[in-house]
Design a binder for this molecule. Structure first.
Ligand SMILES: Nc1ncnc2c1ncn2[C@@H]1O[C@H](COP(=O)(O)OP(=O)(O)OP(=O)(O)O)[C@@H](O)[C@H]1O
Ligand SMILES: [Mg+2]
Length: 233
């Protein structure tokens, strides 16, 4: 059992590294190529218009539609890369990343999202910050998929030894059976992730009165922001 747990922790780390690498490659390489492509196309369109007194309309239209398509593709690449590894998490820290996630969640789902977090960035080790962030994402995905909630409240609080993250919705409420014997891998993954940094997850649902997911991880002394520990050395 202990060996399995170690393996699962290791896999979590490997997966996170992999996502970071993939996210960078997408953003840097593909993103730059698409941008050059767009510049070339724009140049081409301008050149055609400049050279021909009456440039054929279908040609111009086609060029413009290709530029539009490239624009959409650039946006898609950005989004995928950001979803793989939100840059705010690495550069601005946990509280900011949570804020960003809450804003996008509300915009995407229409579920009202209130956030209560310390004004100043909390000290937390990078791996613990990643764990909290991924658990938040899974909890919010569950809210959107299962809860029928109209609102959700996220709270990040700093204790003396621990950081606590709470995600509370006002939906149908997860049953005890669902909490104990989950249908999917989500809850299981949350518990494993928390355990991997010496933390824990508690899930509590009250029928018709919503669900609360609480994560506690040891507070680190090193702030997650401003460092780039995700470069494998
Ligand atoms: N916020 C919530 N409100 C009500 N029910 C929930 C909530 N979150 C989870 N559940 C219930 O608990 C079950 C287990 O959740 P879990 O995240 O483990 O699995 P899943 O979301 O069904 O699948 P997966 O996460 O693997 O895609 C869900 O199927 C759902 O029935
Ligand atoms: Mg789930």
């Amino acid at each position: 059992m202990e060996a399995l747990r170690r393996l699962s922790r290791r896999l979590t780390v490997v997966r996170e590294d992999e996502r970071t690498r993939l996210s960078r490659a997408l953003h840097d390489e593909l993103g730059q190529m698409l941008t050059s492509l767009k510049l070339d196309l724009t140049w081409l369109a301008a050149e055609v218009t400049r050279r021909e007194a009456h440039p054929p309309l279908p040609l111009i239209n086609r060029l413009q539609s290709i530029v539009g398509l490239v624009d959409v593709t650039i946006g898609t690449v950005r989004r995928i890369s950001r979803d793989l590894r939100p840059p705010v998490l690495d550069h601005l820290g946990l509280a900011e990343a949570i804020k960003w996630e809450a804003t996008t969640f509300e915009a995407r789902t229409g579920i009202r999202c209130r956030l209560n977090a310390p004004a100043r960035e909390v000290p937390v080790a990078q791996d613990a910050a990643t764990v909290l962030f991924r658990i938040l994402q899974e909890a919010l995905t569950n809210v959107a998929r299962h809860s029928h909630a109209g609102a959700v409240r996220i709270e990040l609080a700093r204790g003396r030894r621990h950081l606590r993250l709470e995600v509370r919705d006002n939906g149908r409420g997860m049953t005890e059976a669902e909490a104990a014997d989950p249908q999917g891998l989500g809850l299981l993954g949350m518990r494993e992730r928390a355990l991997s940094v010496g933390g824990e997850v508690k899930v509590h649902g009250a029928p018709g009165r919503g669900t609360v997911v609480t994560v506690r991880v040891p507070a680190g002394s090193t702030p997650a922001a401003g460092r780039k520990t995700d470069h494998p050395t």
